[in-house]
Design a protein around this ligand. Sequence first.
Ligand code: MRU
Length: 352
Amino acid sequence: MTIIPDNQHPGLRALIWRDDRLEVLDQRRLPDQALYDCYDSVEGVADAIYSMRVRGAPAIGIAAAYGAVLAARRRVAGHDADWHAGLEQDFELLAAARPTAVNLHWALARARQLLAAVRPAREDVVARLLELAHTLHAEDLAANLAMGAAGADVIQGACGVLTHCNTGSLATGGHGTALGVIRTAWQRQQLQAVYATETRPWMQGARLTVWELAQDGIPVTLLADSAAAWLMRSGRIQWVIVGADRIAANGDTANKIGTYALAVLARQHGVRFMVVAPSSTLDAATSSGDAIVIEERDPSELLLPAYQHDDSLVSAWNPVFDVTPAELIDAIVTERGVVLHPDAQRMQALLA
Ligand code: MRU
């Protein structure tokens, strides 16, 4: 792994395929440093996903697609006759990196489909998988631009919005999902105020969202996660706009921990609640949110060092996503269309 500094913040991309390697912007270091780590192995890409150098459901999916290219290059170049089986092991490694974001599994399913349907000759496998990765990358950007316009149409009349976590260019192929709606609505002069939560414990809001918005010249006000109820009570926001890591067949939505609390608060205060996600985040095979696996990360991400010793009586519980029931969601915006008041029937109609 080599590190490439990049001080040109505007236009920073989360993922760049260059010189047959994947360059990953290390988002853990933002906004202080913009450094790219370069990967030429599938193990490296799996670690970049697990360690959250790259994060955000669509970006994770795209990274996995490039990871599949690196895996294929090694398997095909080796003398192993059963390179298919080896490649499947590599796909499993990527899939295990983070369990909740379905885009990761979706991208790998697309790679498997390609291998099964096209059955490329051994010498063509790498080129075909690379073509797929570039396609998924470009399709995600296009989906975000479409969702930005569709979501901005839905929030017409709003003057203040709150977003949670980071759903911008850093988390996607570009423009963003929830942040894409905010960007588009701001460009259309529909918004007067944008608020962002800190998003503990990883601080995606405080480190990444406010940084992205400031890069675009969009003023943003940061608040502690625990200040959301008071903000809603003040009447300053009309919509909460968030992304998603997995949307079940009935519209139940897994997203960054704290999203569920925001949805409950929004309903209490008459604030509307929007989820914005590409169709790669829809999981028709999972009937409801109860079946979604919620990633729990190491307690050390929460615990102060003073409590991280063997005989400490202080422990920590660190689920990093939660599930918002569909009945608390006013609109799900995808590139295929908008579902108002989502339920199983309306979600099925979207996918038909
Ligand atoms: O743990 P993270 O930072 O990967 O979580 C990201 C989120 O929860 C986002 O809201 C979601 O992936 C949508 S990103 C467009």
